[in-house]
Design a protein around this ligand. Structure first.
Ligand code: BGC
Length: 459
């Protein structure tokens, strides 16, 4: 048996920790739903409020802006007040945002409400993976943390379906308001969830940490794990000093780099643009194109489930390398199919197939693995803050891609826009190949010790 297996045996039972992870992953459902819902709702909001183009853009971008703001201060809160407490506050913010936007009497109010929802998304997007990572046994951590990404994809599909189902009634207020239901379930569920034992240890609440760990591991035999966390804490200074330490350089580059590549390879523009691509490729009616987009969403959900099954077995790196390779190829093919001014039958098919293939490849790679890795590679005392940095970069990149997409289409044309994302994919592949570590099966403390050793040898 390898030393890794000795350190991280498969738990006898993981029922409680799995339940706790599902509850936290409801934050992911809200992330997916609230980012996806706008695509259908905006058509009716635009008409009801007679929005100008600029106003419409502000309402659409408000959530991304809010997410950048939320992610920028959320990490400090999670390190200071605890993961669970912050998630509960975020759940309440989701409820306020959902009701606020549903009742919005004016466009300004609506944009404000969407910024609040965005702030909640920005904080939740990394606090949920952070919490799950800290309660999970090493052997199944990849699967449990990625439940959050699974819920994001489910949230996106549910939002498409809600938009579709409520479109005839033009009920945009309900589209926004429905999010209050999962948000309420999240808050209630979190009442029964314990605080992260690792965070408790970092606040010197060792006795409570032991009780929680025994509850989560469903055994009294938690001495070794507690001792390892304690030993790891001794190595850490905490605060900005640690964040700026030379041993943190590589993990910060990895987090920031993956955040940029997750967005700049174009996932959200492909999702957003999918109905138009399908129409262009021959599905003439709008509703057929929207249904095809729901199909793409379902492919994304299914392939995320495949990723969950593989991530602790084959590891994070192979998923990233194979998935990004597939994204590059499918973007290349998609670009080619746009070169012909009218799509012949065969080219139309190629376009319609390369789109779900691209989404599938994202779903097994950059989708789940980015959020997972940033929840694993930072030391406990500064984990929240460091994840914050990667997450701000992610939401900032998301916003930038959204703001530049239309002008890229205008100046480069469709083929080159998607080829540009493909070229960025090539950089992403090289980046992963050279810099991203494998974390499969290692405890969080083992991962931290690795950086620490690198830091020592570079001094
Ligand atoms: C990304 C989002 C994206 C979603 C799609 C997430 O991991 O951060 O930007 O919309 O995956 O599933």
């Amino acid at each position: 048996m390898s030393s890794q297996e000795l350190h991280s045996p498969k738990p006898a039972t993981s029922r409680f920790v799995t339940m706790v992870s599902w509850i936290s992953a409801l934050a992911g459902l809200l992330f997916g739903y609230d980012t996806g819902v706008i695509s259908g709702a905006i058509l009716f909001v635009q008409k009801d409020f007679s929005l100008s183009r600029v106003q419409e853009e502000v309402v659409v971008a408000a959530v991304l802006l809010g997410a950048v703001i939320g992610a920028s201060f959320g990490g400090k809160l999670a390190d200071r007040f605890g993961r669970r407490r912050v998630l509960i506050q975020v759940g309440i913010l989701f409820i306020i945002g959902a009701i606020g936007t549903a009742l919005a009497p004016s466009p300004t109010w609506l944009a404000g409400g969407r910024v609040i929802v965005g702030i909640a998304i920005g904080i939740a997007s990394f606090t949920a993976p952070l919490y799950i990572s800290e309660v999970s046994p090493a052997a199944i951590r990849g699967k449990l943390v990625s439940l959050n990404q699974l819920m994001i994809t489910i949230g996106i599909v549910v939002s498409y379906l809600a938009d579709y189902g409520l479109a005839d009634a033009r009920a945009w207020r309900w589209m926004f308001g429905l999010a209050a239901i999962p948000a309420l379930v999240l808050v209630i569920g979190l009442i029964f969830v314990p605080e992260s034992p690792r965070w408790l240890m970092s606040r010197s609440q060792n006795a409570l940490a032991r009780t929680v760990l025994q509850r989560i591991r469903e055994t009294t035999d938690v001495g070794t794990e507690l001792a390892e966390i304690e030993a790891d804490l001794q190595l850490q200074e905490g605060g900005w000093r640690e964040l700026l330490n030379v041993s943190m350089r590589r993990p910060l580059i990895v987090g920031i780099g993956l955040a940029i590549f997750q967005q700049f390879t174009g996932i959200n523009t492909v999702l957003y643009y999918a109905p138009t691509i399908f129409q262009f490729a021959g599905l003439r009616s709008a509703s057929a194109a929207i249904l095809a987009t729901v199909g793409v969403g379902i492919v994304m959900v299914l392939l995320t489930i495949v990723a969950l099954r593989l991530i602790d077995r084959v590891g994070r790196r192979p998923l990233l390398l194979y998935g990004i390779f597939g994204m590059i190829l499918s973007l290349g093919v998609l670009g080619f199919s746009f070169l012909s001014p009218t799509l012949s039958n065969i080219v139309a098919w190629v376009a319609m197939i390369s789109l779900p293939v691209y989404v599938a490849c994202f779903a097994i790679s950059l989708g789940p693995v980015f959020w997972l890795l940033i929840s694993e590679i930072y030391p406990l005392k500064i984990r929240g803050r460091a994840m914050s940095i990667a997450t701000v970069t992610n939401w900032g990149s998301n916003l930038l891609v959204a703001l530049t997409f239309l002008s890229l289409l205008h100046s480069l044309g469709r083929a080159w826009t998607f080829w540009l994302y493909g070229l960025i994919g090539i950089l992403a592949w090289i980046f992963v190949y050279r810099l991203v570590p494998e974390t499969k099966g290692c405890t969080l403390e083992e991962i931290d010790a690795r950086w620490h050793n690198i830091g020592q040898s570079e001094k």
